[in-house]
Design a protein around this ligand. Structure first.
Ligand code: CO8
Length: 257
């Protein structure tokens, strides 16, 4: 892997992926996205990993798709490269995925953070969809996920002006889960991951899938989907263990079975 670093045993049951193109502010070129897709797939299949944290560096989570790589492309080049199949694959990650964001999360970088399940931000984080300033528009979910996350009026303003919002504004808008001092953003994201990693991995996957379903369907269908996953949880040893441990007044030992 040239543009990312992967640690599948960063902390107990928590894996860490670092975007690693610091000179280019982690601009998301095709190779980086391919590496990220492959790493997430491998971590999703790794039984020891229960939660994944994705981060950049203090200055940038990612400043967007690689503009230099896209600059000379035609519509047909873009169609043929089909970079969004990589994004579709990333979206299929079953385990909880937390973005630890500091500095710039712009364009595709903001879209990547929003593809994660939760965002922990440093107080210096900046979010935005500035594609309009370079004559295009968001293409990896920005118009859809941002609108769902912060509402039409605010999303429209960010997408049409390209302006950035601060971490505190993002918190107020409901885009991020928490804002912490810069020196703590990774630790805070990992703490959240460790908390989730103590839960049943089976239940976590089913619950993640169900929450995401709320964005893709109407209420009746979503409730139906939730119910099926709720029943499915009862097929796990973790359900037996979790409820038994409650009755016996002890901490459950979840195995992911
Ligand atoms: N692509 C390529 N290179 C970049 C990018 C980028 N998105 N962002 C920064 N860089 C490079 C700069 O060119 C510069 O390189 P060099 O030193 O060789 O000139 C280096 O990173 C450092 O950048 P700056 O000198 O510009 O740093 P500043 O601190 O002055 O400015 C900014 C930081 C404000 C973040 C500025 O770099 C900037 O505006 N970057 C572009 C932000 C942007 O427009 N992002 C959206 C890109 S389009 C997009 O994301 C479409 C998504 C849909 C498809 C998704 C598929 C992956």
């Amino acid at each position: 892997m040239e543009f990312i670093q992967v640690n599948n045993q960063y902390k107990k049951h928590v894996a860490l992926i670092n975007l690693n193109r610091p000179k280019e502010l982690n601009a998301l070129n095709l190779q980086l996205m391919g590496e990220l897709r492959d790493a997430l797939k491998a971590l999703d299949e790794d039984d020891n990993v229960r939660v994944i944290v994705l981060t950049g560096n203090e200055k940038a989570f990612a400043a967007g798709a690689d503009i230099k790589q896209m600059a000379g492309k035609t519509a047909i080049d873009m169609l043929n490269v089909d970079q969004f199949s990589t994004w579709d694959q990333i979206k299929k990650t079953k385990k909880p995925l937390i973005a630890a964001v500091s500095g710039f999360a712009l364009g595709g970088g903001c879209e990547l953070a929003m593809t994660c399940d939760m965002i922990v931000a440093s107080e210096t984080a900046k979010f935005g969809q500035p594609e309009i300033k370079i004559g295009v528009m968001p293409g990896a979910g920005g118009t859809q996920r941002l609108t769902r996350a912060i509402g039409k009026a605010r999303a429209m303003e960010l997408v049409l002006t390209g302006k950035f919002i601060s971490a505190d504004e993002a918190l107020g808008y409901g885009l991020v889960n928490k804002v912490v001092p810069t020196e703590m953003y990774l630790e805070a994201a990992v703490d959240l991951a460790l908390e989730i990693a103590q839960m049943s991995p089976v239940a976590a996957k089913l619950a993640k899938e169900s929450v995401n379903r709320a964005y893709e369907t109407h209420l009746d269908e979503g409730l139906h989907f939730e119910r099926k996953n709720f029943y499915l949880a009862f097929a796990s040893e973790d359900q037996t263990e979790g409820m038994k441990a409650f009755v016996e007044k002890r901490k459950p030992e979840f195995t992911g079975k």
